[in-house]
Write a protein that binds this ligand. Structure first.
Ligand code: NDP
Length: 287
């Protein structure tokens, strides 16, 4: 049996927040105070919980926060207009567009309305495009969290077999690209891999396994290679419990490092949102 280390996402997040506060102290007064504005259309309860978390997090870390809330009947044109006002407002450092949007609105079209240099979540197509060139300006927070977690283990990526399960535009694909840039050998698995009955064989050879499918138990723990690093991005509700995509109990006896769910990727992702706000502030003086 391997001596497994359960990765403490909360401790990593705490370290990042401390680094961010130090970095903010060093920023020139001309770009302070930093301010994050969240734009919410409609009344989704999960989205409202998230905005309250953002507000608390910003308050605790010296970042101003404002929620601009609109009714579910706002038109896409007007919402884009409101985003444009924030783009032009010098007092706004970064903008986050809350999901889900009211039915019928195209998330990508509205995310594209955010100035890429104020794109707190790193979801603007221009930012996604820069990931391809290995020069992210503001990258998606979850993917930054995955990378930070892997770095925290000290395990080198160069030449290692990395398997990413899930190829969504927001997690799997950009994660695969950033991992490629660290010279890992990256395999990306998805529904087609499962349909071909090949998921298990790919997972079994992963030195570093990143799972972001949103399917509880998709990766049984006994598929995990002994000594692997396992980053479980998945969030699944099972009764009153939240679980990941990997069978944690067995996997945690085989992996060298593994993230728990909850308490793994989630807290690091929210810390990365703050980091992106600071990065956005720095872009203000770079361009
Ligand atoms: P999506 O639903 O957009 O993507 C899921 C991906 O998993 C798709 O690429 C899909 O493939 C793949 N997939 C689904 N079923 C299977 C299967 N049976 N075998 C192989 N691949 C499969 O989700 P996201 O990428 O947005 O999020 C993934 C998970 O991560 C969710 O649980 C989400 O809640 C969580 N999450 C967690 C965050 C955190 O901070 N911890 C932040 C963001 C997301 P295909 O497209 O081919 O169907």
């Amino acid at each position: 049996m391997v001596n497994t280390k359960i990765i403490d996402g909360k401790a990593i997040a705490e370290r990042i927040r401390n680094e961010i506060r130090d970095e903010m102290d060093r920023l020139p007064a001309s770009i302070k105070p930093l301010k994050l504005v969240a734009v919410q259309a409609g009344d989704d309860s999960a989205s409202s919980i998230y905005t309250r978390q953002q507000e608390k997090l910003c308050e605790k870390n010296g970042i101003m926060y404002e929620l601009k809330k609109f009714g579910p009947d706002i038109s896409a044109e007007r919402l884009a207009g409101e985003i444009e006002k924030l783009n032009l407002d010098d007092g706004v450092t970064a903008v986050i567009l809350q999901m889900p949007l009211p039915a019928g609105m195209d998330p990508l079209a509205l995310q594209s309305a955010i100035n890429p240099l104020k794109d707190a979540e790193g979801v603007h197509p221009a930012n996604m495009g820069r990931v391809i060139y290995g020069k992210p300006c503001l990258a998606p927070c979850t993917v930054l969290a995955v990378m930070e977690i892997i770095y925290s283990t000290g395990v080198a990526l160069e030449g290692r077999e990395v398997v990413v399960v899930g190829h969504s535009g927001i997690v799997g694909k950009p994660a695969a690209l950033l991992l490629l840039d660290r010279l890992a050998t990256v395999t990306v698995c998805h529904v087609g891999t499962s349909m071909a009955g090949m998921l298990e064989s790919h997972v079994r050879r992963a030195d570093i396994l990143v799972v972001a499918a949103g399917k509880a138990g998709l990766v049984p723990g006994d598929w995990v290679k002994e000594g692997a690093v396992v980053v479980d991005v998945g969030i699944n509700r099972q009764g009153d419990r939240i679980v990941g995509d990997v069978g944690f109990e067995t996997a945690s006896k085989r992996a060298a490092y593994i993230t728990p769910v909850p308490g793994g990727v989630g807290p690091v992702t929210t810390a990365m949102l703050l980091k992106n706000v600071v990065e956005a502030a720095k872009w203000k003086i770079k361009v």
